[in-house]
Design a protein around this ligand. Structure first.
Ligand code: F6R
Length: 608
């Protein structure tokens, strides 16, 4: 979604802002803009479309200055036009603001301002912030922002500069992330560390209802009540190279191929093979409660939700815990009767998904304990949960989540195994599970080695407009994830179904123009899956089967097969999802889609 980058320091701001905005492109956006204070006044430039359009408009313009703010906008209020792009400004064009989030009471605030004679030029909710802060400004920009914070409802991460406050950037957050970056030649602020990781790895996270003033000499954080906050810098693990393509044509493909190492990162230092027990330091603060827990609710959105869905089957297999899985966006509308000692597990790559955050806040209100499985260190969900496990998978840039999915599956399995071994799971099963988990990176590598074959399958089928994905038990969520991956990057319509549901409806769709991806490894669902595949073949539906290596039976029945190495039933999803990811990628590539930034999608969904 929208992205923020700001710089104040010794260097010229313009190029740093443009580079930072390019690093935020993956979040999804439809327009961009920057504003730079040149010591006397503020110059700005905005453009619809890609950052390259903004660069083209800036071409030849000097825009000198050491203080600046930049923004990528993903339209919510008002179409993606230049006038609606950020920064927004007051009527005198002295104050400039960029904003992530949504001001919920903007309509009433706008009416009030209009009554006082303010003329609005854009359709955005953000413009009210510009007019309000400008009105309260009496030389103290921090105070003016603080005052407005007390009047607005909704979510925001904002950065503000004013012509009459040269050498200052004021930032503030409520529900929308902001991070300060500390470098030898200046200070940064951004919605996402990737915007500044080229310049610094030293960061300070702003918390909700805090604001900060950045100058060339430092920064001062305070609460919305003007109470000074001291906070140490943290060092981020990500490096500049993590955000490069490294020879791959797209981040999605790069990230699919990173999976042997991201799975390795998810398990490194976390396994005790002899004891058959994982070691997860991050959940130790709640371990005494967790080990006797009998009820877990997993909450997440999108791909993270499907990972949670596999997790449910995994917990049921390895532990004595009852597990529910709930879409975070629906969680608030359910009436849960949490038994005592219920744990919520929130899964989120970004750690900033608004629905997931809202769900855990609601669960906290109802007395549940909160665990997070999060990739972005220091993110809101990581902070809001009582304990958790980081993915340590590096930044995921492609909008379609791939490497985080398999990392989430691996971590959920470790948590289930840890609880299971303290409940009733025998040592032999624990040690076998650990042996098989340790084999996953090599097995994933073996599937990736078949990329050319999977590309050929995609070439054969990419023109079919409708696809079906089917699976059972552990692989039912993989059918849903496979369909999601295909639709989001290739725009091919796809449905993911539990194979047992075929006769209850979807089989009506089967004909020679409707390919089915059947996820049918050799687990205890195998025979039933073979029956489903036979039924599809009897109706002349093309079948691409994802099978266990050497499965001669399905090789004879299916039109095309993709083989995965043998594994334990609850670990198959880590393997069977890889062909689905590659099929989606190659279909999108044949169809010449914008793979890393599919239309209408944003990497981090920070609004409801
Ligand atoms: C799909 C995808 C999304 C995200 C969802 C949750 O490929 O990436 O469905 O999984 O928006 O995002 P996080 O995991 O950041 O909470």
């Amino acid at each position: 979604m929208c992205g923020i980058v700001c710089y104040i320091g010794e260097k010229s701001a313009k190029q740093i802002l443009i580079e930072g905005l390019k690093q935020l492109e993956y979040r999804g956006y439809d327009s961009a803009g920057i504003a730079v204070h040149n010591g006397d006044r503020i110059e700005y430039c905005k453009a619809v479309g890609k950052i390259t359009e903004l660069e083209a408009k800036l071409n030849g313009r000097k825009m000198e200055g050491h203080t600046g703010i930049g923004h990528t906008r993903w339209a919510t209020h008002g179409e993606p036009t230049e006038i609606n792009a950020h920064p927004h400004m007051d009527q005198e064009k002295k104050l400039f603001v960029i904003h992530n989030g949504i001001i919920e009471n903007y309509y009433n605030l706008k009416k009030k301002l209009e009554k006082d004679g303010v003329v609005f030029v854009s359709d955005t909710d953000t413009e009210v912030l510009a007019h309000m802060i400008a009105r309260y400004f009496d030389g103290d920009l921090n105070k003016a922002v603080r005052t407005v914070m007390s009047e607005v409802e909704g979510t925001f991460g904002i950065a503000v500069i004013h012509q009459d406050a040269p050498g200052e950037i004021v930032i503030a957050r409520r529900g929308s992330p902001l991070v300060i970056g500390v470098s030898d030649n200046g200070y940064f602020a951004a919605s996402d560390v990737s915007a500044m990781v080229r310049y610094t790895k030293k960061v300070v996270h702003l918390k909700d209802n805090e604001l900060a003033t950045l100058t060339r000499d430092g920064f001062a954080i305070s609460t919305a009540q003007a109470k000074r906050v001291e906070r140490d810098t943290e060092t981020v693990e990500w490096s500049a190279g993590d955000t490069d393509l490294n020879g791959f044509p797209h981040f999605m493909l790069k990230e699919i191929f990173e999976q042997p190492s991201t799975i390795e990162n998810a398990i490194r230092g976390r396994l005790e093979p002899g004891e058959g027990v994982p070691k997860l330091g991050g959940i130790m603060p709640v371990w005494e409660k967790l080990k006797s827990c009998r009820h877990i609710v997993i909450v997440a959105c999108g791909t993270s939700y499907y990972a949670g869905y596999v997790g449910r089957y995994c917990f049921e297999k390895l532990t004595e815990v009852d597990v529910e899985i709930e879409l975070a966006s629906e969680f608030r509308y359910r009436k849960f009767n949490f038994p005592p000692n219920t744990f919520i597990i929130a899964l989120s790559q970004s750690g900033e998904t608004a629905d997931t955050l809202a769900a855990i806040k609601e669960a906290r209100r109802k007395g549940a304990s909160l665990l997070g499985i999060v990739n972005v260190v220091g993110s809101s969900i990581a902070r809001e949960t009582d304990a958790g496990v980081y993915n340590h998978a590096g930044p995921e840039i492609g909008v379609a989540s791939t490497k985080i999915f398999t990392s989430q599956l691996t971590i959920l399995t470790l948590i289930a195994l840890l609880i299971g071994r303290h409940q009733t799971l025998p040592l032999t099963e624990g040690t076998e599970a650990i042996r098989e988990i340790m084999a996953l990176p090599d097995r994933v590598q073996r599937i990736l080695a078949q990329a050319n074959h999977i590309q050929a399958v995609a070439e054969k089928y990419h023109k079919y407009p409708n696809w079906l994905f089917i699976g059972r038990k552990f692989n039912y969520p993989i059918a849903m994830e496979g369909a999601l991956k295909l639709k989001e990057v290739s725009y091919i319509h796809a449905e993911g179904y539990a194979a047992g549901e075929m006769k209850h409806g979807p089989i009506a769709l089967i004909n020679p123009d409707m390919p089915t991806v059947a996820i049918a490894p050799k687990d205890d669902m195998y025979d039933k899956m073979v029956n489903n595949i036979q039924e599809i073949k009897s109706r002349k539906g093309p079948v691409i089967a994802i099978i266990t290596e050497g499965d001669e039976r399905l090789k004879k029945i299916a039109d095309d097969v993709i083989e995965v190495p043998p594994s334990l039933d609850f670990l198959y999803p880590v393997l069977t999802v890889i062909p689905c990811q590659l099929l989606a990628y190659y279909c999108a590539d044949f169809l010449k889609r914008d793979i890393d930034k599919p239309r209408n999608l944003a990497k981090s969904v920070t609004v409801e």
